[in-house]
Ligand binder design. Structure first.
Ligand SMILES: NC(=O)N[C@@H](O)C(=O)O
Ligand code: NI
Length: 170
C-alpha cells in the first residue's frame, strides 16, 4: 500500500510543530529603519546553532529539481541545530516534514508548499527531506550550524512506498 502526499499551503500556524515560517506577515515585529527608507521585519526565526560549540553558518544550496511523483527514500534530522532555507529566486518549493522523535511517523508526514515570498526554519530534530527544487536548478540560502563537535545529521530510510505529488498550482 502506497502513501501519496499532496502539498498544503504553508502558514505559521500549520508549521508551528516543525519550525518557523520566514515571511512578512501580520503580527511580525517590524519597524522603520534607515531614516524611514527600510522597514525591518525583525527576528523571524529561532536560530538554534550554538550546541556543542557550533557556530551560525550561511551557505548557498544549488539544488537539483525533483522529478514527480517523487518516491521518498530517506528523511533526515539535525539533533544539534535548526536549519533554515530561503529561495534566492523567489520561486515556490516543497518541503516534507515530520515531528521530532525517534523516527518519522508515516501518519504525521506533512508536505508543504513554500510560497515565493516565504522561507522556513526547521527546529532541531525535526525530520525533513533534503532540499530539492522544482523545474529548474535553484539556489537557496541555508542558515544552519557548522563547526563544533557531534554528529548532526541522522537519516531514516523508508521501507514503505511514500510518494510526493505536486499540486496543479505549482
Ligand atoms: N546535508 C545538508 O547539509 N543538507 C540537508 O541537511 C538538507 O536539509 O538539505
Ligand atoms: Ni537538513
Amino acid at each position: 500500500m502506497s502513501l501519496i502526499l499532496t502539498p498544503e499551503p504553508l502558514s505559521a500556524a500549520a508549521f508551528a510543530p516543525f519550525g518557523d515560517v520566514i515571511e512578512v506577515a501580520d503580527g511580525c515585529n517590524h519597524y522603520a529603519i534607515n531614516y524611514g527608507r527600510t522597514e525591518r521585519y525583525h527576528d523571524l526565526a529561532a536560530l538554534d546553532v550554538l550546541e556543542n560549540a557550533g557556530k551560525p553558518t550561511v551557505s548557498i544550496f544549488r539544488s537539483q529539481p525533483a522529478q514527480f511523483p517523487l518516491r521518498v527514500e530517506v528523511m533526515e534530522r539535525h539533533p544539534l541545530s535548526s536549519q533554515a532555507f530561503i529561495a534566492m529566486q523567489r520561486k515556490p518549493f516543497l518541503i516534507l516534514v515530520a515531528p521530532a522523535g525517534e523516527q518519522p511517523q508515516l501518519a504525521q508526514l506533512r508536505l508543504f508548499e513554500v510560497g515565493a515570498e516565504q522561507g522556513v526554519n526547521y527546529h532541531r530534530g525535526v525530520w525533513h527531506h533534503y532540499q530539492f527544487s522544482l523545474d529548474e536548478v535553484r539556489d537557496f540560502i541555508c542558515i544552519d550550524r557548522s563547526g563544533g563537535h557531534g554528529a548532526n545529521c541522522d537519516e531514516y530510510r523508508f521501507t514503505e512506498a511514500v510518494y510526493l505529488q505536486r499540486s496543479p498550482s505549482i
